[in-house]
Design a protein around this ligand. Structure first.
Ligand SMILES: C[S@@+](CC[C@H](N)C(=O)[O-])C[C@H]1O[C@@H](n2cnc3c(N)ncnc32)[C@H](O)[C@@H]1O
Length: 375
């Protein structure tokens, strides 16, 4: 999986057309509609206020893809929250050189306040106060595949038989695999298989070292261990995407298709707690965006957009962002580092969001609907 995604020249993320977006292989929330970045801008501005309106606030984004979220956030912040915007500095963490170039292009007009960090977590030093943000980063990390057999846990290795890939079951390559499953009280039944992502928790723990104070905010497809390894996923959650079509065979179109697996949220929460972070909120993207004012955005955009077809397209995109059968089921976890316990809109019921005026989203970035007609 590591090689299929990142091998120089031939890995998926190094291919010219690969990546999130309508031209790529899969669609992410910022690539679907500008309302995502605009509503989360209101939430991140609130974080800034909770930690006392520091004069420099770092937005540190892991796995920024095309750079769309950071560009949306900067645009909305400058128009709707100028005092917050004046404090913003952006640090991006990206493994793919090709995507780093795309991010630089998307953020060209903000170049003086944008920098890239070495993606190796052991090189990270504290930057200051702020928020670490990552959307669909952790579920892109390579995983160990495992299967429960009568005589215990086995790891599924990839080997060759002639010129064909072949699966070979052996003892796990690391005791950390069994430990992580055990710590989450995951009980794989005989015959059941699944995936173990050892890097997700480690990344969150390391990323927290980038902040002296603030929040770690991650959005990913994922479930608590007891569901992830429960009967609803008898053969795991590994999925491959090529031009928005999903399949479950990682041995076809190697390097051409993207590969992901759901994140064990219990393991991420344990890693965060072991780093001294406190869980401030856990919800799903649909509920988060609705609490942040998605319905107002939908109403206002519908009025602002000329033409019934376009109006329907906007409504459909906003529904995809929030429906549990689509992007709405993505898990949203918020951790605090040395931050006062927060009641942030989006995570707490009954807290009014300071959402930017919905029409701003339209005015700033042109048509915020990024769904190509070809889809
Ligand atoms: C599924 S994409 C999500 C992109 C973007 N956040 C979005 O929502 O459109 C995953 C991103 O994480 C990057 N990535 C994957 N593993 C990484 C790592 N270990 N460190 C930094 N970036 C990584 C990929 O190159 C890509 O930019």
């Amino acid at each position: 999986m590591e090689l299929a995604i990142f091998a120089p020249r031939v890995g998926h993320h190094e291919r010219v057309a690969a990546g999130p977006g309508t031209e790529g292989d899969y669609l992410t929330s910022p690539e679907l509609h500008g309302a995502f970045g605009a509503l989360l801008c209101g939430l991140i501005e609130e974080m800034w206020r909770w930690i006392g309106r520091p004069s420099t606030f770092w937005l540190i984004e892991g796995g920024p893809g095309n750079g769309t979220f950071a560009a949306d956030l900067l645009g909305v912040a400058h128009a709707a929250f100028p005092r917050f915007a004046a404090t913003l500095r952006i640090a991006l963490i990206e493994r793919s050189e090709r995507l780093r170039a795309r991010q630089a292009a998307a953020l060209a007009s903000w170049a003086p306040i944008v920098r890239w960090l070495d993606p190796a977590p052991d090189s990270w030093q504290p930057l200051g106060m702020g928020c670490v943000f990552a959307n669909e980063l952790l579920d892109a990390f390579p995983v160990h595949r495992v299967a429960m057999r009568a005589d215990g846990l086995r790891e599924i290795y990839v080997g060759l038989q002639g010129n064909e890939f072949a699966e070979i079951e052996q003892f796990p390559s690391s005791t950390a695999i069994g430990r992580q499953l055990g710590a989450g009280r995951a009980q794989l039944r005989e015959g059941q298989s699944g995936e173990v992502n050892l890097d997700a928790g480690a990344w969150v723990r390391a990323a927290s070292e980038l902040l002296t104070q603030g929040y770690i905010f991650v959005l990913d497809y994922g479930e608590p261990a007891r569901h992830l390894y429960g009967p609803s996923h008898p053969s795991g959650t590994l999925r491959c995407f090529r031009r928005h079509v999903m399949n479950r065979d990682p041995y076809t179109q190697v390097g051409v298709q993207d590969i992901t697996a759901h994140v064990d949220l219990s393991a991420v929460a344990r890693a965060a707690e072991s780093a001294g972070l406190t869980l401030e909120g856990a919800t799903r993207q649909g509920r988060l965006l609705r609490r942040l004012g998605l319905a107002d955005v939908a109403d206002e955009l519908t009025e602002a957009v000329p033409g019934r077809v376009e109006q329907r397209a906007h409504r459909a995109a906003l529904r995809l962002l929030s429906e549990p059968s689509h992007l709405g089921r993505i898990a949203a976890l918020l951790f605090g580092k040395a931050a006062p316990p927060a009641r942030l809109a989006g995570f707490a019921a009954g807290v009014r969001a300071t959402a930017p005026r919905p029409s701003l989203i339209w005015e700033l970035r042109g048509d915020p609907l990024r769904l190509a007609e070809s889809m």
